[in-house]
Ligand binder design. Structure first.
Ligand code: SF4
Ligand code: SF4
Length: 89
């Protein structure tokens, strides 16, 4: 089976689940303080158990899920905002 990482992103952050590493233990879901993680109905992890999906617009990039996952199956990234051009007079 081909396990491609699944990424959820918006303008501020991205959240990736490495499906080939996720064993579907649910620990990240339990620990997320924003309750924005849940089991996916579309993707499966290494053991054929449901992978994890992220409601990215409620994520704060706190990385608790990333450091909690025992299998290093999550990567949280803040996305660089384009620098606003300052108008000097
Ligand atoms: S803690 Fe890691 S292995 Fe467990 S469900 Fe979450 S991403 Fe998958
Ligand atoms: S980074 Fe924080 S808010 Fe976002 S999914 Fe992980 S635990 Fe939840």
């Amino acid at each position: 089976m081909d396990f491609k990482p699944k990424t959820y992103k918006n303008n501020e952050r991205s959240w990736t689940n490495f499906l080939g590493l996720c064993k579907g233990c649910g620990l990240c879901i339990e620990k997320c303080p924003r309750a924005c993680l849940g089991f996916s109905k579309e993707d499966v992890g290494y053991y054929g158990t449901p992978a994890v999906k992220c409601d990215i617009d409620h994520c704060t990039s706190c990385r608790i899920c990333e450091v909690t996952c025992p299998d290093c199956a999550i990567l949280v990234s803040r996305r660089e905002r384009p620098k606003s051009s300052s108008k000097e007079k």
